[in-house]
Design a protein around this ligand. Structure first.
Ligand code: HEM
Length: 177
């Protein structure tokens, strides 16, 4: 009586194959019953952008989406093509983190940087303006597609434990690496 009868084993095989298929098939709810769903099943995955990656989305290509970051949050500003597309007035802000420029309402190339500290720090007024534009323009109008690597990682590459994702309740740092 060691093991099931041969006939029974044969009948189980297709079932086992089905179970395996279900377990491997992404997006089938039954496949992951009892497990926390992964972000991909709850909406588009959130991306981590290096400077080089973000630079590919500066609106040069007609059919590419246009991205820009403010405070390390990468927004898809494609729907604002009249502001951000090629030849449009704010195109210079795209394909990079333009936090300083947005805070100062400046398109000076020296201000088109994430760095709000090393030239001169921002005034209280500029910081307030940055937060206002961040909330009332970017977060209100444009989908968040990810974060800059700089926002999530420390200089030494370790995860920044202070990172709090905006409007990304599903963001799980474990899933992004
Ligand atoms: C002569 C100077 C400027 C004028 C007359 C001007 C005018 C405008 C106008 C009319 C809008 C559109 C508002 C709307 O339709 O919702 C706008 C939006 C905006 N402006 Fe300016 N602007 C000027 C300079 C600047 C500069 C130097 C910056 C530098 C960062 C800037 C950043 C923005 C941003 C980020 C938006 C929001 C765009 C969006 O909705 O995505 N503006 N501006």
């Amino acid at each position: 009586m060691a093991g099931p009868a041969p006939g029974r084993r044969l009948r189980l095989r297709p079932l086992a194959a089905l179970a395996l298929l279900l377990a491997l098939a992404p997006g089938l709810p039954a496949a992951r019953a009892g497990q926390a769903p992964r972000p991909a099943e709850r909406g588009p995955p959130v991306r981590l952008f290096t400077e080089e990656e973000l630079a590919r989305y500066g609106g040069e290509e007609e059919d590419q989406p246009i991205y820009m970051a403010v405070k390390g949050v990468v927004f898809d500003v494609t729907s604002g093509k009249e502001f951000y597309g090629r030849g449009a007035p704010y195109n210079a802000l795209t394909g990079k983190d333009s936090t300083r420029g947005v805070a100062k309402m400046s398109l000076d190339p020296a201000d088109l940087t994430h760095d709000t500290v090393s030239q001169t720090g921002l005034t209280a007024e500029e910081l307030q303006s940055l937060d206002d534009v961040f909330t009332t323009v970017y977060k209100a109008k444009y989908p968040i597609v990810g974060y800059t690597a700089r926002r999530i990682l420390n200089e030494d590459g370790s995860p920044n434990l202070d990172f709090k994702p905006e409007d990304q309740p599903h963001f799980d740092i474990k899933d992004e690496f």
